[in-house]
Design a protein around this ligand. Sequence first.
Ligand SMILES: O=C(O)COP(=O)(O)O
Ligand SMILES: [Mg+2]
Length: 224
Amino acid sequence: MFKPKMVLIDVDGTLVDSVPDLAFCVDEMMKQLDMPVRGETAVRQWVGNGVQRLVERGLTNDLDGMPETALFERAMPIFMDLYAENTSKRSRLYDGVLEGLDYLQNCKGLKVGCVTNKAAQFTHPLLQDLGIFDRFEIVISGDTLPEKKPHPLPLLHAADALGVKPEESLMLGDSKSDVKAARAAGFQIICMTYGYNHGEDIRNYAPDAVIDSMAELSNLISCT
Ligand SMILES: O=C(O)COP(=O)(O)O
Ligand SMILES: [Mg+2]
């Protein structure tokens, strides 16, 4: 059993299946640029490193791609406008999320926060529209601090803000960025099997535990 005093939870691929909206926006952006659409399967591999990286990957059709600066500068405002209008229309909480949050929130003294690489202007409305914004004592987005995951700063900042030591803290995520950030911060890390890890099995990154649903948290996290 894990006995953390704080749990930080990732958004895309952990709490929210956000790819339908992100893929819609990538493809609409591509259409406006007179370029080929990429489709949901490709976009699913590209989520997790923030909006800028997603746009770069979409433009190049490549996880590691870097577009020409002029093209990127034309594309970015198009994507930002589209995603502002399509932040939550097609996005859904995964099964088990509400049960998992209920369990954590009924653990006396356990602090629950949110750490995502999604920009704050999208994170807040998305969590609000899905009815879970108020569940978190702190919400740290990709542009809240000078560094985002896999850097440990957002995790360490949350621990400091909530008065918890890193060794008493646990991250719940879906990608290698979550595992790397947690390891660098000295947190424990549990990962979801269903998330977006650039098409790779998250078990390859050796998180402390892997689960299929947040409803399983009651078997893994002790409240006492
Ligand atoms: O890539 C993003 O914008 C966000 O991804 P995350 O919520 O999994 O950190
Ligand atoms: Mg994620």
